[in-house]
Write a protein that binds this ligand. Structure first.
Ligand code: NAP
Length: 537
C-alpha cells in the first residue's frame, strides 16, 4: 500500500573530513538554512576514522543549526570510510548522546544486513527508551535511514532491495540512489516513490538525474539532497538556492506538468532557464528539464515514447534541438499526431506538444524566429549563405528563400546540403518552388553574400569546434552584409567576431532563440509568455 505524501524536505549534504573543518561546516549549514534547507546531512566518513571523531561529531551535532542526518558512508558505496565497525558505532553513540540527538542516522542496507554488531548497535540507539522523557526537552532518538547506492549505474535487483528496505521493521526511511544511465531512469525512481510502503528517498545521480531531484515533491519523496559548494556529495545535486529560487521547489505539486528540451549535447541550453522563468511569471505549474538524448532515432523514440506515455509524469511537450529535429517529425507521425505542413515541408520540427484533443503535434518555430532575428534585413533579390544542413539550416533556408532571397546551402557533408536544397527547391503543396541550391564549402571561393546564417554547431560552447569560425576563409563580408549566428552560447562567437571586424551587422543567436522560444511557449500554453520585466535567466 502506498504511503501518504508529506512535504518533501531539502537536506544539504556537507562533508566534514576532519575536526578542523567543523566551524566552516557549521557556517555552510547556516547559509543553507537561510536559503531554505530543512535538514543538514553531516558526511563524516573520514572523521569517523580519527581517534577524536566521537568528540568532534558531538560538537557538530550540538552546534548544528538544523536537524541533522549523521552519515558515515562506506567506501563500497561511494563514501570514504574504510574503518572498523567499532569506529562507526562509536560515532553513532557519541552523536545520539547529544540533546537534541540527530534526527536520522543513515546506514547502508548491505552493512546493516551483513554486520550483526552494526545492526544491533544502530537498533539499540534508534529504539532506546528516552531516559529524559519527563524533562523540559522532548528527547527523540535518531531514526534509521536504510540506504542503497550504485555509482556505476542501475544495479540488478534494485526493486528487490527496495522491497527489503521497506520490509525492515527497524528502519524509518528507505533510500535508493543510483547513477541514471539515461533520462528514462528518472521514471523508475518516480515509480518507486509512488509504490512506497514507508517514507522513501529515490534519486538518480549524474547529468541525467536532475529531474528526480527536483520533482521529488511531485511524487511524495521524503527528501532531496542539495549541495553547498561546487562539489556536493554526489554528482548532479543542485544547490539549495537553485532548488528554491530557480526551480521554485516549494511550489511543485502532484499536478506539476513536465517539459523537456531534447538534444545532444544539451548542457549549454538556456531553454529550461527561460521557459521556467516564463512558467513562473505566468503562474503555469510546469517545469522544463534538459534531456541529453543520443542523436540517433532509436534513443529519441524510446525517450519520447516513455515520457509522453507515462501515466504519472504529466509530460506535455518537448523543445527539440541539435540532432533530433527530423526525428521529431517522424515520432509525431508514427504516434498518429499532426505535423504542421510547413515543418513537414522543411523536414524538421523543433517543438512537440499535446493538443487539447490529446493528439501530439509538431511545429517549427525556427522559421519565423530567423526572420524575426534578421528584422529589417532586405531579402528580396539578395544572396544568402546558410552554413549547415541540419534542422536549423532547413528552417533558415526555407524562411529566407520564402522571403525572396536566393539561398546557397553549404555544409561539411555535401550530400546532406544537396538533399536539403533539393527538398526545398521543389514546390510542395501550397508552397512554391524556392531558389535554394547546394555548394561545396571549398567552392565558395571569394564570393560575397548579403546575408550569412551559421546553422552548424561550430563555435558552440561545449561542442567539438567551439573556437572555430564556420565561414570558409575566402568568403567576403562587408559593411552591408548581415550575419546571424544561430549559436547563442557564447554570445560572441568566432564568426560574429570576424563579421564585426568586417563591419557587417551582427545578430546573435540569442535573438533568434528568444523568438523561437516565445512561439513554443504559446503553442504549449495557449498564451504568449508574459512581458514587462526581464525573466530571471
Ligand atoms: P543538427 O541538425 O545536428 O545539425 C548540425 C549541423 O552542424 C550539421 O550541418 C553538421 O554538419 C554541422 N556540424 C556539426 N559539427 C561540425 C563541425 N565540427 N564542422 C562543421 N560542421 C559541423 O543541429 P541543428 O538543430 O540544426 O542546430 C545547429 C546549431 O544551431 C546548434 O548550435 C544549435 O544550438 C543552433 N540553433 C540555434 C537556434 C536558436 O534559436 N538560436 C535554433 C536552432 C538551432 P554535418 O551534416 O556534416 O554533420
Amino acid at each position: 500500500m502506498a504511503y501518504a505524501a508529506e512535504v518533501t524536505l531539502i537536506a544539504v549534504a556537507i562533508p566534514v573530513p576532519a575536526a578542523a573543518a567543523i566551524s566552516r561546516a557549521i557556517e555552510s549549514a547556516r547559509a543553507a538554512k537561510a536559503q531554505g534547507a530543512d535538514l543538514v546531512e553531516w558526511r563524516v566518513d573520514s572523521l569517523a576514522e580519527d581517534p577524536d571523531g566521537p568528540t568532534a561529531i558531538a560538537t557538530l551535532v550540538r552546534d548544528s543549526p538544523m536537524p541533522c542526518i549523521v552519515t558515515v558512508r562506506d567506501e563500497r558505496e561511494g563514501g570514504a570510510f574504510s574503518g572498523s565497525d567499532e569506529e562507526r558505532i562509536a560515532m553513532w553513540i557519541a552523536a545520539s548522546e547529544v540533546i537534541p540527538a540527530p534526527a536520522y542516522i543513515d546506514v547502508e542496507l548491505s552493512t546493516y544486513h551483513t554486520r550483526s554488531s552494526i545492526r544491533e548497535a544502530i537498533n539499540r540507539i534508534a529504539h532506546a527508551k528516552s531516559t529524559q522523557g519527563k524533562s523540559a526537552h522532548a528527547v527523540d532518538q535518531p531514526r534509521i535511514i536504510l540506504s542503497f547506492h550504485d555509482y556505476s549505474g542501475r544495479a540488478p535487483g534494485l526493486s528487490a532491495r527496495v522491497a527489503e528496505m521497506w520490509a525492515d521493521p527497524g528502519s524509518a526511511i528507505s533510500k535508493v540512489v543510483w547513477t541514471a544511465r539515461t533520462v528514462r531512469d528518472n521514471l523508475e525512481a518516480f515509480e518507486l516513490l509512488r509504490m512506497r510502503a514507508k517514507p522513501t528517498i529515490a534519486l538518480c545521480m549524474g547529468e541525467h538525474g536532475l529531474m528526480s531531484r527536483v520533482l521529488a515533491p511531485k511524487f511524495g519523496g521524503f527528501l532531496t539532497y542539495a549541495r553547498i559548494d561546487e562539489h556536493g556529495t554526489a554528482p548532479g545535486q543542485p544547490t539549495t538556492h537553485e532548488l528554491i529560487a530557480d526551480w521554485n521547489f516549494r511550489a511543485i505539486t502532484p499536478r506539476t506538468k513536465v517539459y523537456g528540451v531534447v538534444g545532444f549535447p544539451i548542457a549549454h541550453s538556456r531553454s529550461p532557464a527561460i521557459h521556467n522563468a516564463w512558467f513562473r511569471a505566468a503562474n503555469v505549474d510546469a517545469r522544463m528539464f534538459a534531456m541529453a538524448v543520443a542523436p540517433v532515432w532509436e534513443s529519441f523514440k524510446a525517450t519520447m515514447a516513455e515520457m509522453f506515455e507515462s501515466p504519472v509524469l504529466d509530460f506535455f511537450g518537448a523543445a527539440v534541438t541539435v540532432g533530433h529535429k527530423q526525428h521529431a517529425i517522424r515520432f509525431v507521425e508514427e504516434a498518429g499526431g499532426v505535423v504542421d505542413p510547413r515543418a513537414k515541408r522543411i523536414g524538421a520540427a523543433n517543438t512537440i506538444g499535446r493538443g487539447a484533443d490529446g493528439l501530439l503535434f509538431a511545429i517549427n518555430t525556427d522559421v519565423d524566429a530567423v526572420i524575426d532575428a534578421l528584422a529589417g534585413a532586405a531579402m528580396r533579390g539578395k544572396r544568402a549563405l546558410v552554413l549547415g544542413a541540419g534542422g536549423a539550416a532547413r528552417a533558415a533556408a526555407f524562411g529566407i528563400a520564402s522571403a525572396g532571397a536566393s539561398v546557397v546551402i553549404a555544409n561539411r557533408t555535401m550530400n546532406r546540403a544537396e538533399q536539403v536544397a533539393e527538398q526545398l527547391a521543389r514546390a510542395a503543396g501550397d508552397s512554391p518552388a524556392l531558389d535554394v541550391r547546394a555548394m561545396e564549402l571549398s567552392a565558395l571561393g571569394s564570393q560575397r553574400f548579403d546575408i550569412v546564417v551559421n546553422c552548424t554547431s561550430v563555435g558552440m560552447e561545449g561542442g567539438g569546434a567551439s573556437s572555430e569560425n564556420p565561414l570558409p576563409r575566402g568568403v567576403r563580408l562587408d559593411d552591408s552584409s548581415v550575419v546571424l549566428d544561430a549559436v547563442y552560447a557564447p554570445a560572441v562567437t568566432p564568426l560574429l567576431a570576424h563579421a564585426a571586424a568586417c563591419g557587417s551587422r551582427c545578430v546573435g543567436g540569442f535573438e533568434m532563440f528568444l523568438a523561437q522560444a516565445r512561439r513554443q511557449f504559446e503553442a504549449w500554453t495557449g498564451s504568449p509568455p508574459p512581458t514587462g520585466g526581464p525573466p530571471c535567466y
